[in-house]
Design a protein around this ligand. Structure first.
Ligand SMILES: Nc1ncnc2c1ncn2[C@@H]1O[C@H](COP(=O)(O)OP(=O)(O)OP(=O)(O)O)[C@@H](O)[C@H]1O
Ligand SMILES: [Mg+2]
Length: 264
């Protein structure tokens, strides 16, 4: 495949995530076909492509969320900092703290704002004292751009927040366990334009600290928030490159057809 290499420029840092020849099956059906890609730190990578092309399936393979789907099977190799995430020695729960996930529909637990964030650090033993936990709650909410709006109502239910606030709460929950990568599957699709803009700003701020991968249906959003774009079609990674290149001078005819709206 020609499309797994980004540019001819020498690489200064090792990739955060490396997928090599990854296939994903649901029962006998192959949903992802021989995908190889490198995902770097310090930037936002967007996955785009028509509905059903496998974006969510591939995203879930990056933190073993496919393990939770009964007949899903992943083959090939996925490395996090060079370490095989499907190795027997890898604890999937610990992995999902390192590679966090934010879903399409905000899904706060039916608990208080405070407890939504405290849950992860507690099960991972990150906060020995109440003061430690309070510190994690404040810093996570601050990084997610929500602290000022909720600091006086931490004991209210997370579900009482607006949709956009709930999504920022879910981002704070992912941040609370000090992840290295945050995977986002259409995180704005249930949000209005103002809440969407707020999340996009947040993604831009977070990318300096976490490698971010975002699945989006919106090519405008991919162009706004990402520095790299991967275009998927029928389970294949058709083209991967700098976002500006993908949107201005795609190499593949299929990419060009998609970004010019010929199908989707
Ligand atoms: N749990 C599942 N069991 C069986 N097949 C599945 C499952 N989830 C997804 N698929 C199939 O795998 C393929 C890829 O689906 P996936 O949800 O990854 O696509 P997508 O690109 O995220 O689409 P969308 O943009 O609509 O969210 C589709 O053919 C879909 O029907
Ligand atoms: Mg999807």
């Amino acid at each position: 495949m020609t499309n797994s290499k980004l540019t001819d420029a020498p690489k200064l840092t090792a990739p955060k995530l490396t997928a090599r020849n990854v296939d994903v099956f649901y029962g006998p059906k192959k949903a992802i076909n021989n995908v190889s890609i490198e995902i770097d730190n310090g930037l936002v990578t967007a996955f785009i492509g028509p509905s059903g092309c496998g974006k969510s399936t591939f995203l879930r393979s990056l933190n073993r969320m496919n393990d939770t789907i009964a007949d899903a099977r992943v083959t090939g190799e996925i490395l996090l900092d060079g370490e095989d995430i499907y190795a027997a020695s890898m604890d999937p729960v610990a992995l999902r703290a390192r590679v966090g996930m934010v879903f399409q529909k905000p899904n706060p637990f039916p608990k208080s704002i405070y407890e939504n964030i405290a849950y992860g650090p507690r099960i991972h033993g990150l906060a020995p004292s109440k003061a430690d936990m309070d510190g994690i709650i404040e810093s996570s909410l601050t990084k997610a751009g929500l602290w000022d709006e909720v600091k006086d109502r931490l004991n209210e239910p997370g579900t009482a927040l607006s949709g956009g606030q709930q999504q920022r709460l879910c981002i704070a929950r992912a941040i609370a366990v000090s992840p290295e990568v945050i995977l986002m599957d259409e995180p704005c699709s249930a949000l209005d334009p103002i809440a969407t803009a707020r999340i996009e700003e947040l993604i831009d701020e977070l990318k300096d600290t976490y490698a971010i991968v975002i699945v989006t249906h919106s090519m405008q959003q991919a162009a706004r928030v990402s520095q790299r774009t991967a275009f998927f079609h029928l389970g294949n990674l058709v083209e991967y490159g700098d976002t500006s290149q993908i949107f201005t001078t795609p190499r593949e005819e299929k990419t060009k057809d998609y970004i010019t709206g010929r199908y989707g």
